[in-house]
Design a protein around this ligand. Structure first.
Ligand SMILES: [Zn+2]
Length: 397
């Protein structure tokens, strides 16, 4: 086989990160294992060739092939904004860019105003976001380069006034990334941390399955009706979704530096250590039995949150603000400067008659792929004997 083909196989076999769930589409493919540099990855490749008595390519060829395959060593916390990047390269009209910047600044100003209102005791304001995917186990054993590992997620909800925040951690055997999973955590959070009559404002990016869908909207409407208070969702401008959760995530990342992770629960420990003042971060470790099924279409008051009906009408991605009224109505804005209007969708069920969503979303832990199970069995041998049982008990397809 040609040297170059062997190199391409080497790159193909390296596990890749799942594409950025909610972020802007990026053509880059990120490697799962955190190589410190391209030179470091080259050494791994050269060692592998030497072990098999194969001739290796030069660093220059290695590097060019890496670039041609669109590979990248690090996944950025937030992708760069496509519009801003295109503008820098001179690829979009000035007027489009100006409008984009106006919208970005308008969203920022709106969020600052909500923070001020929260400080004045006029509302409760939260921001929420997921951290970049983590993996388990993590250590320095060489075996890890080519092995797929368990995915572990953290969804953070942060109070803009008190700086209290809760980090909801779960691994892929306990829950997926469906809207019911996120809805469970958001509703639990409101039930536990909003014990007064103040309106609630929830800021996030516009990721559809996470923050902007009919499942979550019906659950928030039910919460507003049952608790007789106003709930408002607002969305940051795509490409500019930096928020307070990012500082939480970077403090956690800093603590994770050079840290070995043997079990998903090790992320809970690290999160508690990541901040000491004014208090350690709140953490909840979610199990499959904690998640409830909110995706019961025939029980929902609104079947859809689409702000239009015809082909060229606005879509869900155009929503900037959604109000869930205690009287059972959903109102929307497509621009922060707009007046509120009724969501143009028929109410098919009286919102106060929506059932209690207490059906379990998963009857059992979720299965992983057989190849991942096999890889984890191999990796297990590098871990302490006490934790190996966890990997024995995973179920696979
Ligand atoms: Zn931008």
């Amino acid at each position: 086989m040609k040297k170059i083909n062997i190199l391409i196989i080497f790159f193909t076999e390296l596990p890749k990160m799942p594409s950025h769930y909610c972020r802007q589409r990026s053509a880059k493919v990120y490697l799962e294992y955190n190589f410190s540099s391209k030179a470091n990855l080259y050494r791994v490749y050269v060692n592998k060739c030497e072990e098999s008595n194969i001739e290796h390519v030069s660093y220059c060829t290695f590097s060019n092939t890496f670039e041609n395959l669109n590979l990248s060593l690090f996944s950025p916390k937030k992708d760069q904004c496509n519009i801003c990047v295109a503008h820098k390269a001179g690829n979009i009209p000035e007027s489009d860019y100006t409008l984009h910047i106006q919208l970005k600044d308008r969203a920022r100003a709106e969020k600052s105003a909500d923070k001020e209102k929260a400080k004045e005791g006029k509302c409760l304001a939260f921001v929420m976001d997921v951290q970049a995917v983590k993996l388990c186990p993590v250590n320095n054993a060489n075996k890890f380069y080519f092995k797929t590992r368990l995915k572990v997620h953290n969804f953070t909800i942060y109070n803009l006034k008190t700086h209290h925040c809760t980090n909801y951690w779960w691994n892929e055997t306990e829950g997926d990334l469906s809207s019911s999973v996120f809805t469970t955590m958001i509703i639990d959070h409101l039930n536990e941390h909003c014990d007064n009559d103040l309106p609630i404002v929830l800021w996030s990016d516009g990721c559809p399955y996470q923050n902007r869908n009919a499942v979550l909207s019906n659950a928030l409407l039910q919460y507003a009706v049952n608790h007789k208070k106003l709930v408002i969702q607002k969305y940051l401008e795509p490409g500019h979704t930096q928020m307070e959760c990012d500082s939480v995530h970077s403090l956690i990342e800093r603590k994770l530096h050079n840290r070995e992770i043997e079990l998903p629960t090790d992320y809970v420990k690290v999160t508690r250590e990541a901040r000491l003042k004014p208090a350690p971060y709140d953490v909840k470790y979610m199990r499959h039995s904690d998640f409830r099924n909110y995706d019961l279409r025939n029980q929902m008051a609104y079947q859809s949150i689409r702000p239009g009906k015809k082909a060229h009408d606005p879509t869900v991605t155009n929503l900037r603000e959604i109000h869930y009224e205690p009287e059972g109505k959903i109102q929307i804005k497509l621009q922060f400067n707009d007046e509120l209007t009724d969501l143009p969708q028929r109410v098919v069920k009286n919102p106060s008659l929506m059932p209690v969503f207490d059906e379990k979303l998963f009857t059992d832990r979720l299965k992983i792929a057989k190849t991942k199970f096999d890889h984890l069995q191999e990796l297990k041998s590098t871990l302490a004997a006490e934790v190996q049982g966890f990997y024995d008990n995973l179920s696979y397809e």
